[in-house]
Design a protein around this ligand. Structure first.
Ligand code: UD1
Length: 417
């Protein structure tokens, strides 16, 4: 299995460009089956999750290609309605196909989705919402069988503002005659991106990014050429990396507004941000003072997907920081590995208390989920000596060629297979 070998101590310097957001691209790929015309998505990251979604779409009968960052998808007249169990369980985001597949074919058989080991990740809110729209659902031991022949527009209030459930319900309602209202929606930028693409395809949707979304059913959708939003989590990870190494990095293709909750918690005196059009320059120097409290919550609050990278940053600051993870219950696995590197972190349930130490030491550490894996790389960039991050297939799910990107910024990192 592949690993990263990282020699710590180099400051990151230079510039880099951020690709389209994984969490948007995967959903928009699912939405592509809502039309039989060509859907083109630009600037997509070459990551394993995207390849898995391409495989799933191909298994349903779609013609797919991924060349030079551009994904093209053409969905056939007769889409298959069953998603291969092995493929579905290897990709959590396969669940996003549920709403789109029901809209196109009126039925679907799904395996329970796989994905990161960060908590239970149930799909009850997705299924409850679909049931409220009249979809008949049979839940077996390891499959979900759905029939939407009798589905009709209606009113759904989500029990929690789940990102995936909001996206699925939007896709499930685009063709339902009349008006569907979804309340307590997730407000993540990825929801707005989905709305924007579907509206360009001819859908009638409004309210994306707010508490209430309204969908007026249309008869059909057409093809689209679309550039998804930049990846705020990848950008945030490299912002934190720059802050940790005391360097200066110019990040292109970023939306500052999407990063507000992170930047407001970044060290004030040792970390400076310069904003220019779609670029952010991060300048950092000196040992920072830790934030006192960071709590993850739904957008626009601090994202759970940046929590463990932020924990790595706090592990080398001055003072004590309390981190509270309110979204996923098992998101501190990287903390134990950072402790092996010398970090002083105590974890109890959803709370981590980090007392910053002056330095980390290079060790062998193991990634066990995507974002946690990234935080170990960040630790390695500042540790004394060599760090080997094992099981980087987790990192490959969401970061395109992380070693090459970091080498380009002057880090001493190489990938070994
Ligand atoms: C999406 C993101 C993921 C991010 C998460 C939270 C994608 C591909 N993934 O995941 O990177 O970490 O949002 O911002 O976009 N829940 C239920 N029942 C459900 C659905 C969710 O109880 O049916 C709970 C979850 O356990 C969690 C919370 O709701 O506590 C939020 O989950 P959700 O927003 O659905 O996350 P995902 O859409 O899976």
């Amino acid at each position: 299995m592949a690993s990263f070998v990282i020699g710590g101590g180099n400051k990151l310097a230079g510039s880099m460009e951020i690709k389209s957001a994984k969490n948007s691209v995967l959903v928009l790929m699912s939405a592509s089956i809502l039309t039989q015309e060509k859907v083109v998505l630009h600037n997509c990251p070459d990551i394993t999750d995207v390849h898995k979604m391409l495989d799933i779409l191909a298994s349903l009968g779609c013609k797919v290609s991924f060349v030079g960052g551009d994904i093209q998808i053409v969905s056939p007249t007769h889409l298959k309605t069953e998603i291969n169990q092995a493929l579905a369980s290897s990709l959590r985001s396969s669940i996003f196909l549920l709403g789109a597949l029901l809209s196109r074919t009126n039925k679907g058989k799904f395996a329970y989705p796989g994905g990161c080991n960060i908590g239970a990740r149930p799909v009850d809110i997705h299924l409850d919402g679909l049931r409220k729209l009249g979809v008949r659902i049979e839940e077996g031991q390891d499959y979900i069988l759905c029939d939407s022949k009798r589905a009709k527009s209606g009113y759904v209030k989500l029990a929690l503002p789940s990102v995936g459930a909001t996206e699925n319900l939007i896709m499930a309602s685009v063709f339902l005659q009349g008006k569907t209202i979804i309340e307590n929606c997730a407000m993540e930028p990825e929801i707005v991106d989905l709305q924007d693409m579907l509206v360009q395809m001819g859908a009638k949707i409004k309210g994306g990014g707010t508490y209430r979304i309204e969908i007026e059913g249309v008869d059909s959708l057409h093809g689209v050429d679309f550039t998804p939003i930049p990846d705020r989590i990848v950008a945030g990870t490299y912002i934190i990396a720059t802050a940790m190494t005391g360097g200066e990095v110019d990040l292109g293709n970023v939306r500052a507004a999407h990063l507000d909750s992170l930047i407001s918690k970044m060290p004030k005196y040792t970390c400076n941000f310069i904003y220019k059009d779609d670029r952010i320059i991060v300048q950092s120097g000196g040992r920072h003072t830790n934030a006192r409290l960071v709590e993850t919550w739904y957008y626009p609050y601090f994202p759970t997907d940046l929590q463990t990278q932020f924990l790595a940053l706090q592990s080398i600051g001055k003072g004590v920081c309390m981190i509270v993870e309110n979204i996923f219950e098992a998101r501190y696995s990287a903390a134990l590995e950072l402790v092996k590197m010398g970090a002083d972190i105590i974890v109890r349930d959803r709370v981590a208390v980090v007392r910053g130490v002056p330095k980390l030491n290079g060790r062998d550490v193991w990634a066990s989920d995507l974002r946690g894996g990234a935080s170990l790389v960040l630790g390695g960039l500042v540790a004394d000596g060599d760090t080997i991050v094992h099981d980087i297939f987790h990192i490959d799910r969401g970061y395109e060629d992380m070693a090459k990107v970091l080498q380009g910024l002057g880090a001493d990192i190489k990938r070994i297979e």
